[in-house]
Design a protein around this ligand. Structure first.
Ligand SMILES: CC(C)(COP(=O)(O)OP(=O)(O)OC[C@H]1O[C@@H](n2cnc3c(N)ncnc32)[C@H](O)[C@@H]1OP(=O)(O)O)[C@@H](O)C(=O)NCCC(=O)NCCS
Length: 151
């Protein structure tokens, strides 16, 4: 089995445009995965758990707190987008979070991320804004929009 951290970093390296400054570095992902409250979902192109012969092409990382869970990162490799994998990951993590006792899910997204339509389609609603939260590679800033979903 391929190391999950290697898998995440490989998918992330292809998925996030560096201009937005959204991707995490290896140390950030590793330290998050060391926390017992962090949960990882990995799926293959055919929506299955990965094996050494059929590696993951997408992932979602969440952090649990009492009664809630936060989506930290989600990415689908560019070669496998628009096939429903993002939707499947979000559905899976909602089911898993509910099983862990969560009543609400949260996520934060840069204000112009087209992923907003995906989040809305699975029941997330915008509930707040953090001013100038993201720093772009050109030094400018973008707000973060907080979305929540009731389970
Ligand atoms: C956002 C992301 C995870 C979506 O993955 P995906 O597998 O393509 O999502 P789905 O196939 O389930 O898409 C479902 C719907 O969401 C919308 N959608 C998803 N990504 C979109 C995008 N980049 N632009 C416009 N609409 C998008 C579409 O309306 C789509 O519906 P359709 O199939 O009827 O066209 C993927 O584009 C990605 O990895 N992006 C880069 C990383 C990122 O921005 N992550 C989110 C911030 S942490």
């Amino acid at each position: 089995m391929i190391d999950p951290l290697d898998t995440i970093m490989a998918i992330m390296g292809e998925s996030f445009d560096p201009v937005w400054g959204e991707a995490w570095n290896r140390a950030q992902v590793a330290s998050s995965m060391d926390m017992p409250t962090t949960h990882l979902a990995l799926l293959t192109a055919d929506c299955l758990p990965p094996t050494s012969r059929n590696p993951a092409v997408c992932f979602a990382l969440t952090r649990a707190a009492p009664g809630e869970e936060e989506l930290l990162l989600i990415a689908v490799h560019p070669d496998h987008r628009k096939n429903g994998l993002g939707t499947r990951l979000l559905t899976l993590l909602a089911e898993d979070a509910r099983g862990r006792g969560a009543e609400r899910l949260f996520l934060e997204m840069r204000e112009n991320n087209p992923a907003a339509s995906l989040y809305r389609s699975v029941g997330y609603k915008p509930i707040g804004r953090r001013h100038a939260y993201y720093k772009l590679s050109d030094g400018s800033r973008l707000d973060a929009i907080t979305f929540a979903k009731k389970l």
